[in-house]
Structures are given as C-alpha cells and as structure tokens.
Ligand binder design. Structure first.
Ligand SMILES: Nc1ncnc2c1ncn2[C@@H]1O[C@H](COP(=O)(O)OP(=O)(O)OP(=O)(O)O)[C@@H](O)[C@H]1O
Ligand SMILES: [Mg+2]
Length: 418
C-alpha cells in the first residue's frame, strides 16, 4: 500500500508524502506544489482540463465551461449534478476528476500512484449535521472513483496542527486557525514531543469549530462595497408602460454579482431582456453597459481575479488598484487597506466571535501557549491582527500558509501503512 495525504481545498489542492514532503504537482507554475482546484471543459475538445491548464485554457477561450470552488457545493443537496456538453456529471464525478489528476501526477513522481489517502475535510463543512455528512460522503465517493482504495478523513486544522507539531521541542496547548478560500477552521489542541506519533489524536483535541468564511467572502465584500456602484447599484430605470415610474436595479441581480459562479446563473433570457430595458432607460447608462457586458460576456471570473489580485496586494501594501479592462468595462479603482478593512468588518467580527465562542467553551483556553495561523487568508493583516490583539505578538506563529494542511495529512498517512 502506498499512502499519501491530500488537502482538497476550495481553491488549492496539495498532496504530501508520509514524511511531510509536499509534491510539486504543477511544474512550470510559480507555486508548483499548489494544484488549483478548477476544471475546464472546452467547447471543441474532449479533454477536460484541470489545475493551471484549466485556468489558462479558460482565459484563452471564454466559451467552454469553467468550474471553480466545487468543494463549496459538496454540502448542498440541491446541487447534485450538472450537464456539460450533453453529459451529466455528478458533483462526485467533478471532484473525482480533480483527485484522479492529482493522484496520477503524484504517481508520476513516485513510480506508482498512491492508493491509500488521508483526506482533509473542514472541521465544519456546514453547521447542519445532515448536510455536513452528505459533504463527507460525497468526498469519500469521489476519492474512491479517483482510484483510492483506502480513504480516511482528518479534519484540516488537526492536520495543520500536526505540521506545526513536527517542529515543536516542548509540549504546548495550541490554537490552530486555518483561513482558507471557503472556510475558517479553528482547533484547540495539545501538541508536542510527548504526544507526537500517537495513533489516535482525538484525545488531544480540546475543542474545534468552524465557519463558512474564507477568502471568497472577502472578495465578495470588495465587490459589494467598492464595485457594485460601477455596475449600476443605486441607478434607476423606467419600466415599459409606466411612463413615470422609475425602479432601482432588482436586488436579486445585485446579489448574484457578489460571486462569479452565481453570476453565470443569471446569464439567461429574462436577465438579458431586463438589461436591455435598463440600457434604454437608465439614468446611469455607462454603468448599465458595464453590467450588461459583465453578465452577458461572462466576465465574472476575470473580474474576480482582478479583485483577488488587489486583495492579495493589500496584504503587503497600503493601496492597491482594482484594474479591469474588457468589453465596455473600464475599471481602475484604487482601494486602501483601511477601506478593505471597513468593507470586511462584519467578516472580521464573525471570525472574532467564532474564536471567542470556542475559547469560552473551554476553560483550558486560558493557558494557550501559542496560536498557529495558516491558510492563504491568514495573510490578510486584519485577520492576523485579531489574534495578535487577543494573544500578543509573541504567541502568534505562522509557517507556509498554503501547505501546512497537506503536510500534516501526509504525516498522518504514515499511520495507514503502519
Ligand atoms: N497574500 C494574500 N493575502 C490575502 N489573501 C490571500 C493571499 N494569498 C492568497 N490569499 C487567499 O487565500 C485563499 C486560498 O487559501 P488556501 O489555499 O489556504 O485555501 P483552500 O485550502 O483552497 O480553501 P479551504 O481550506 O477553505 O478549502 C484564497 O481566497 C486567496 O485569495
Ligand atoms: Mg485549506
């Protein structure tokens, strides 16, 4: 049996070996150890593209079907399958395509594809227990379709904790916080040399919790607070037949703009007709033209890449510009870090409440030795600041934000092979 650990993330997937090495699955990309969790079905070709290839192909050819953040749909019973080019793909099939590619590229490194896996899962996919169980069941099925014959789950923050523990020289009570693209997971756990290597680590977990807040939600807040007015929020249009009556843009249209994959669901005839009426009668025609092109030319993904790029830049600089030029959209919108923090206030408050909730439940939390922050969104300064304020700079630790979970899952997979 050949074992590995696999972190199937909302935006990045990574695979690690039992010694903790994270394999470079995407050579020729800036971060070869991260396999982007995306799929692209080109209009004209039979092959399904995944990872960096999928992004490249989609940007070259806007017509095919691009699927991102599949992990976010795993818990949703209303999302069972989708039609692509006349074929039905269940959500398990979509995830399996990604997991199989990752497994096979690991096989190319190892000489043989791994068949046993410790697969990460969020502490909480979603608060409803049935939906949470559905998500795990689907993920297991996908791993089996992808060719794994032994599948074990480990919650992602415990995995991150194991990566942190590998470097510890004395025992600690640690709060591990993983801020991903889709979820944030928190675990309070006892770690250290005296426990390392124990098969069952559940007794070491003091408590854990999670919330559906991640980088995708921060991107949505930038869209809401900075960009919606550029796409007609606040404008009015005139309804045919009612010569005096002016109406605001329907809320349901604006709500769909906060998330690019939702945006593709309003690209339909009824929206097109509504947009055409608005184009004729709007008091902000340039903004409605931009909205029309954003929706009808399917530019949501590209726009959100620009938003994400600005957000990432704001982690190291005080100002960033959201730059986006396509069709009749001309955006060059500066944003300061302070503005981003104001826009993210509700998310930051929720993260803080979630953390306080966990601490309040466990009296041991008063003796926390260290706080280990990981996941791409832990690089947002305001997120880090929450923990620095609460625990003091000296107790806050970080390591590789993108690979700790995979590394820990890999280390845990050593148990599978004994
Ligand atoms: N420098 C940065 N500053 C702020 N956010 C960042 C930075 N770099 C990456 N991100 C964000 O981090 C997120 C990806 O992080 P990560 O790879 O940990 O998520 P994931 O594991 O795919 O998601 P999840 O764990 O929720 O399933 C994205 O939302 C991305 O925009
Ligand atoms: Mg993750």
């Amino acid at each position: 049996m050949r074992a590995c650990g696999l972190d199937f993330g909302t935006s990045n997937t990574a695979l690690a070996l039992p010694d903790g090495t994270v394999l470079p699955l995407q050579p020729h990309t800036p971060e070869p150890r991260l396999f982007r969790s995306v799929l692209f079905f080109a209009e004209e070709e039979r092959e399904v593209f995944t990872g960096a290839d999928a992004i490249q192909r989609y940007l070259e050819d806007n017509n095919g079907r691009f699927i991102q953040s599949v992990k976010s749909f795993l818990h949703s019973s209303s999302f069972r399958a989708t039609q692509v080019k006349g074929r039905t793909y269940t959500i398990e099939d979509l995830v399996a395509i990604l997991l199989r590619r990752v497994r096979e590229s690991a096989g190319a490194h190892l000489g043989e594809a791994p068949d046993a896996v410790v697969l990460g899962r969020p502490a909480v996919f979603t608060p409803a227990p049935e939906a949470d169980a559905l998500a795990e069941k689907r993920l297991r099925k996908a791993a089996e379709i992808a060719g794994f014959t032994h599948v074990q789950f480990l919650i992602e923050p415990i995995a991150a904790a194991l990566a942190y523990e590998a470097r510890l020289e004395k025992d600690e009570l640690v709060l591990v916080a993983d801020f991903g693209a889709g979820t944030t997971d928190l675990t309070l756990m006892r770690l250290g040399p005296s426990r390392r290597g124990n098969l069952d680590r559940k007794p070491d977990v003091v408590g854990s919790t999670g919330v559906r807040i991640g980088g995708d939600r921060f991107d949505a807040e930038i869209m809401r607070h900075k960009l919606l007015p550029k796409f007609g929020a606040g404008s009015t249009y005139k309804v045919k037949g009612f010569s005096h009556k002016r109406l605001p843009i329907p809320q349901h249209v604006l709500a769909k703009l906060l998330n690019w994959h939702e945006m593709s669901f309003i690209r339909e005839k009824s929206t097109q007709e509504l947009l055409e009426v608005m184009l004729d009668t709007s008091d902000h025609p340039a903004e409605i033209q931009a909205l029309y092109d954003l929706v009808m030319d399917n530019l949501g993904y590209r726009l959100f890449r620009a938003i994400e790029a600005a957000k990432v830049k704001l982690s190291s600089e005080d100002v960033a510009t959201i730059d986006f030029e396509d069709a009749r959209i001309h955006l060059h919108e500066p944003m300061t870090r302070a503005e981003f923090e104001t826009a993210s206030r509700t998310l930051l408050d929720e993260l803080s409440q979630c953390t306080e909730g966990l601490l309040a439940k466990h009296p041991e939390a008063r003796e926390i030795d260290a706080v280990f922050l990981t996941g791409g969104s832990s690089q947002i300064p305001a997120v880090r600041e929450l923990y620095v304020k609460r625990f003091g700079e000296e107790r806050v630790r970080t390591a590789d934000a993108f690979t700790s979970v995979a590394e820990g899952l890999g280390r845990a997979s050593a148990w599978l092979t004994g």
